[in-house]
Write a protein that binds this ligand. Structure first.
Ligand code: ADP
Ligand code: MG
Length: 723
């Protein structure tokens, strides 16, 4: 039995447990040991059965009695029942949905039982108590000695226990028991530490064996913290190693030397109809210098929505398609441009056609719902719909220089003749490996330009983009009117509505963003209810804006319903669109220049910033009203940052500082686990992991002198593939 043993070989698992573990991606002993608690609960004070009262968190040391499994008639769920007896009496214990407890433990075992004292039909019981074998040395405070209870001064002792993310099928308690069982075997002792010893000692990190025990069964918060720090470091270190290894490998590959004369590029830029911001100018300089070197470029262009990334991408694309393939008198090098959605791909296609107005160039668009080519044979200034087969043929023989698409681009059998540049817009987990897929049989690796407006803090960028060099657009185009953002007190909502009305009457449109979709939950009648899309839309129509067209869009609608609403909004049949934040209002509606965000304190600042980015799509002044439900000073101060911060990245840093890495969670879009995300609160830790990874790769790229590290990395890669 070792860390790779399947759990099914060790535990008798029920079908729901198997399903739940599979969903969590847990198959082996290793997987389970690396499944970390979300928090640690204080066990409560140790006390006697006679002193228990309703609602207490208590720990009782005593002997188990009368364990059995029952089916609860009311809830039809299996229940383990039993008693813990100490010198003062016995208390019933009930474990709902956990029939195995009665099988795992035996009557007569001395245990420490920790749980909440719950009442039912006049009787008290411990609900889902955590059981731990009480050592012989661990005398209970109310141990039976002879027939007389020993009397002690009550001294509160507390114990910590791990709480795991609950998921249907496996409870936190099951996790605790199963992991404790694994930790008691000799498996942990045989797990080789993948982190080299010198790194552990430099950063005072516990070794793998201690860290596993501390993480799952800590004696103190300090132990737990040390362990979590180690595993957080470990994950960031692994990611950095992968990225640095990719980087080292790619640095040795050859790419296309792009040396289109600078005057030609400037001439192209001169036709845009605006002058570049200096940030755009610097980014283009950097990119051209990268592509001239012959080694593949790997660069990330980071800039807020509206900072003008497309113009930078087009300039890079122009430099590439202006170049003939080496040793050839005709044809051109090619560019692939990938966008996250069909709508965006279409928008880029149109922007490119426009930007290449005076330098006509065949441009293709490939999406799931059709292919287009520009220019059309009949009308030189129009795009035509063509068959996929025809487009693919022209891409393969090199006739179409620029191909724009969704990831249909890599999934389909698109073959390029001379693919020299891959541009990727807003696809965080895409990058170097996608470039390789696109390159296919190319002897040379294309250059890569990845672009993002997603505001993330520096530690996260350093980690996920460890293989990319950075270029930043930290400046907005001139003449762009900054959004007027205002934090509105709930009682001053009327004034904000008045300003909204002015804009609506002037012909503009508005979004109202609410945190929830549905009607209030009557069971939570007394809790503060966030505004809901459906209710707010009704209220606005009835009480505030009866003269305007109001409609809603949210994630529970079908794609067809959403499309139809968005289309009507784009055509100005709707004046006010009430929506949730999750719904992708990816459509560009330049005339929508007003946004009111309700329940704003429920969102992260970076998220609020992205939301309001939707109303800066035209020359009209944009207004954003941010309404918080809570009157707290802190909330107001936090939201005020929206009016002072220079860009989204600054807001992302603030989120991280004030709300912790939890704010960044939600989906594994970054390919980092929750414990890895904890590292992102610590810039020093992330920098250390990066530094050490760079040092190791520099010394030993193949990791041949770090076998356990190499193994851990390949397993990590395999498990991500599995995802
Ligand atoms: P991003 O992709 O960074 O969000 P876009 O590239 O879509 O931004 O640019 C947003 C708008 O700004 C476009 O209409 C574009 O033509 C315009 N634009 C870009 N650069 C400039 C500039 N330097 N001066 C004026 N307008 C610009
Ligand atoms: Mg863009």
């Amino acid at each position: 039995m070792d860390a790779h043993t399947l759990l099914t070989d060790i535990f008798r698992l029920t079908a729901p447990q198997k399903a739940a573990l599979k969903k969590l991606g847990i198959a082996t002993v290793h997987d389970l040991l690396w499944h970390f608690p979300t928090r640690y609960d204080e066990g409560g004070s140790e006390t006697s059965v006679s002193a228990l009262s309703l609602g207490m968190d208590a720990t009782i040391i005593g002997v188990l009695e009368k364990l059995e499994t029952k089916k609860s008639w009311k809830r039809r769920v299996p229940v383990s029942e039993g008693y813990v007896r100490d010198a003062t009496g016995r208390i019933k214990c009930m474990w709902f949905n956990q029939p195995y407890i009665a099988k795992m433990w035996q009557d007569g075992t001395r245990v420490k039982a920790t749980g909440k004292v719950t009442g039912g039909e006049g009787k008290l019981y411990l609900a889902n108590p955590h059981l731990e074998r009480a050592g012989a040395a661990e005398s209970g405070l109310f141990e039976q000695v002879g027939s007389e209870p020993k009397s002690y001064q009550l001294e509160a002792k507390s114990s910590l226990f791990a709480v795991y993310p609950e998921s249907a099928g496996v409870t936190s308690l099951w996790m605790r028991h199963a992991i404790a069982k694994l930790l008691a075997t000799d498996i942990p002792a045989h797990i080789e530490d993948p982190i080299p010893a010198h790194i552990l000692s430099t950063y005072h990190l516990p070794n793998i064996h201690d860290a596993l025990i501390y993480a799952h069964t800590p004696r103190s918060h300090k132990d737990a913290l040390a362990a979590r720090k180690r595993f957080a470091f470990e994950e960031v270190f692994f990611i950095q190693l992968e990225r640095q290894r990719t980087r080292a490998l790619e640095a040795r590959e050859r790419s296309f030397v792009i040396d289109t004369p600078r005057e030609d590029v400037d001439d192209f830029i001169g036709t845009f109809g605006f002058s570049l911001t200096s940030a755009q100018g610097r980014a283009i300089d950097t990119i051209l210098a990268d592509m001239q070197k012959g080694a593949p470029m790997s660069r990330l262009l980071e800039g807020d929505v509206g900072s003008g990334k497309t113009a930078v991408a087009a300039s890079a694309a122009f430099a590439v398609v202006s170049q003939r393939p080496e040793g050839q008198r005709s044809g051109a090098l090619q560019v692939a441009y990938m966008a996250p959605t069909e709508i965006l791909a279409k928008q880029h296609f149109e922007s490119f056609i426009h930007l290449f107005d005076d330098h006509p160039m065949p441009i293709g668009l490939i999406t799931g719902s059709g292919c287009y080519k520009f220019p059309s044979k009949v009308a030189r200034d129009k795009a035509t719909k063509i068959s996929r087969a025809q487009l693919l043929k022209w891409v393969a023989n090199g006739e179409i220089g620029i191909v724009i698409g969704t990831h249909a681009l890599i999934q389909e059998s698109v073959q390029f003749k001379h693919l020299a540049l891959v541009i990727i817009d807003e696809q965080h987990r895409f990058g170097t490996s996608q470039r390789r897929t696109l390159a296919r049989k190319e002897a040379r690796l294309p250059h890569l330009l990845s672009m993002t407006a997603t505001p993330i803090p520096r530690t996260l960028a350093l980690t996920v983009y460890g293989d990319l060099d950075l270029a930043i657009l930290d400046e907005m185009p001139q003449g762009r009117k900054p959004i007027m953002t205002e934090v509105v007190e709930p009682k001053k909502r009327e004034a904000a509505y008045a300003r909204m009305r002015e804009q609506l009457q002037a012909g503009r449109q508005a979004y109202v963003i609410c945190p929830r979709i549905d009607e209030p939950d009557p069971e939570k009648a007394f809790a503060i209810q966030a505004k809901s899309v459906k209710e707010e839309a009704k209220r606005l129509k009835k009480d505030v804006f009866p003269e305007f067209q109001i409609d809603i869009v949210h994630s529970k609608m079908t794609p067809a319903e959403k499309d139809s609403v968005m289309k009507r909004f784009a055509e100005h049949e709707i004046d006010i669109l009430v929506a949730t934040s999750v719904v992708e209002v990816g459509v560009n509606v330049p005339n929508a220049t007003v946004m009111m965000i309700e329940g704003a304190e429920r969102f992260g600042l970076a998220q609020l910033h992205q939301l309001r980015g939707r109303i800066v799509r035209s020359a009209h002044q944009a207004y954003c009203f941010v309404v918080a439900e809570s009157r707290g000073e802190r909330t107001r101060a936090r939201l005020k940052a929206l009016t002072t911060a220079k860009n989204g990245f600054e807001l992302a840093e603030l989120d991280l500082r004030e709300r912790g890495a939890g704010e960044l969670r939600g989906g594994r879009q970054w390919g980092i686990s929750d414990i890895g995300m904890e590292a992102l609160e610590n810039l020093k830790l992330v920098e250390a992991a990066r530094r050490e990874a760079i040092a190791i790769i520099k010394k030993d790229e193949s990791l041949s002198s770090f076998p356990s590290l190499a193994l851990a990395l390949s397993q990590r890669a395999a498990s991500f593939h599995f995802e």
